[in-house]
Design a protein around this ligand. Structure first.
Ligand SMILES: NC(=O)c1ccc[n+]([C@@H]2O[C@H](COP(=O)([O-])OP(=O)(O)OC[C@H]3O[C@@H](n4cnc5c(N)ncnc54)[C@H](OP(=O)(O)O)[C@@H]3O)[C@@H](O)[C@H]2O)c1
Length: 215
């Protein structure tokens, strides 16, 4: 699969490296430091390279948005229409000071960040995922906690896109949990905020995994 990473920071770098190791073709993009992007791509292996966000979109079927919410609107404006692209967003509306206020984009504060992406790019297949895990866990050697593996909840409106994203979640070593349609992102983003706050207040950050138990 060809995956374009927009935002090669904690989340984008960690996920891109795992997917590159699994054999996917990765383009890392969107950094203020081009050298950092090149070094990241080199460390990810032969199937990874650095590029511009426009190249990442043009040469990929799946796009990961791993940027801060404050940058998101400008980025989407520059990259849309994103027609038929599977767009994974892990962008959360968490305030930078972790006060926990979930914020949407300025255009509509009542809906989720993920739905706002969908509004900006109506023909993209937006799937929200990876919001309730920490980059430090993704970047570590394994997602294993004792005999357990954490869940990653995902939601979206396109069934096939969700299947693709579920596969990418499982390749990272998580249990993929279908949380429903994209509207669920409103509460999933809030859950992510609560999860970060709990991790900080319990002083267990980042060594925590959230799991949906089934019986
Ligand atoms: N970290 C987590 O554990 C975690 C978990 C779940 C969800 N999230 C969400 O994932 C998103 C990314 O988080 P992250 O921790 O990966 O962030 P990060 O490490 O700060 O990465 C942000 C990326 O955006 C790039 N960028 C380019 N221009 C920028 C600008 N003007 N200002 C700021 N960044 C710019 C940064 O490039 P540079 O190389 O120049 O820094 C970096 O590659 C956020 O929405 C966050 O809420 C994070």
């Amino acid at each position: 699969m060809r995956i374009g990473i927009i935002g090669a920071g904690n989340m984008g770098a960690a996920l891109g490296k795992i997917w590159a190791k699994a054999g996917h073709h990765i383009i890392f993009s969107y950094s203020r430091n081009e050298n950092k992007l090149r070094q990241l791509a080199a460390s990810a292996g032969e199937t990874a390279r650095a590029g511009t966000p426009q190249e990442a979109v043009a040469h990929s079927d799946v796009i990961l948005f791993a940027v801060w919410v404050s940058s998101l609107e400008d980025i989407i404006q520059a990259l849309r229409p994103l027609n038929n692209k599977i767009v994974i967003t892990c962008v959360s509306g968490l305030q930078p000071d972790f006060t926990g206020q979930t914020i949407g984009l300025a255009t509509d504060l009542k809906i989720s960040v993920a739905e706002t992406i969908q509004q900006f790019a109506p023909n993209a297949k937006v799937v929200e995922a990876f919001n309730t895990t920490f980059a430090e866990i993704i970047a570590s050697d394994s997602r294993q906690f004792g005999s357990d593996f954490p869940s990653v909840f995902y939601c979206g409106d396109d069934v096939e896109a969700k299947q693709v994203v579920a596969g990418l979640i499982e390749e990272c070593g998580y249990q993929a949990v279908d949380a429903g349609n994209l509207i669920v992102a409103r509460t999933l983003e809030t859950l992510a905020t609560a999860w970060v706050q709990f991790a900080v207040s319990s002083q267990l950050f980042p060594n925590l995994g959230l799991k949906a138990l089934r019986r």
